[in-house]
Design a binder for this molecule. Structure first.
Ligand SMILES: [Fe+2]
Ligand SMILES: [Fe+2]
Length: 161
């Protein structure tokens, strides 16, 4: 099921982001489930967004980069101080952190800040933003069902980049 032929093109889209220390910091931030870091999740979302955008002849670079940065909130959301607000606030925090580190296109910014739609109200402006939001939900569900490892995503993708 897991096709890997696009890996080189994917890496070309995100290699400068991956070299950044704030992106690498996500390696130490937990996400939806045990043993899958925020960076693992973000790479998964980035790759799925990249594949879908490429399939439909959309801006796959924006999908990959927006996907990689969509959860750059850089704190443990299970800590009490973030309880109740994280769901709504983290896209804005991720956008702020990402904007401080990188020159982002409007499309990349929209992918980050709208990825929680429809939980957050503002509609995605671009098809790529909608795709990143869908990829995020699919990846989160696969991670929580423990299918992340069954399909070898972590071993093949996250360990490789
Ligand atoms: Fe998120
Ligand atoms: Fe996410």
């Amino acid at each position: 099921m897991w096709k890997f032929k696009n890996k080189d093109a994917f890496e070309e889209c995100i290699k400068d982001l991956l070299a950044d220390s704030s992106v690498q910091e996500m390696r130490h931030i937990p996400q939806h489930t045990k043993n899958i870091s925020c960076l693992d999740h973000s790479i998964f979302v980035a790759y799925l967004s990249f594949l879908i955008c490429r399939r439909f002849h959309l801006d796959y670079k924006a999908g990959a980069r927006g996907g990689l940065l969509h959860d750059l909130f850089l704190y443990n959301w299970r800590d009490k101080e973030h309880e109740g607000h994280h769901l709504f606030n983290h896209p804005k925090i991720a956008l702020k952190n990402a904007s401080e580190q990188f020159e982002l296109t409007d499309k990349e910014k929209d992918c980050i800040v709208k990825h929680m739609w429809p939980v957050t109200k503002k509609l995605p402006k671009y098809r790529e933003s909608f795709i990143v939001g869908c990829a995020d939900k699919i990846c989160a569900a696969l991670e929580m069902m423990r299918l992340f490892r069954v399909f070898g995503v972590q071993a093949k993708l996250c360990a490789a980049v």
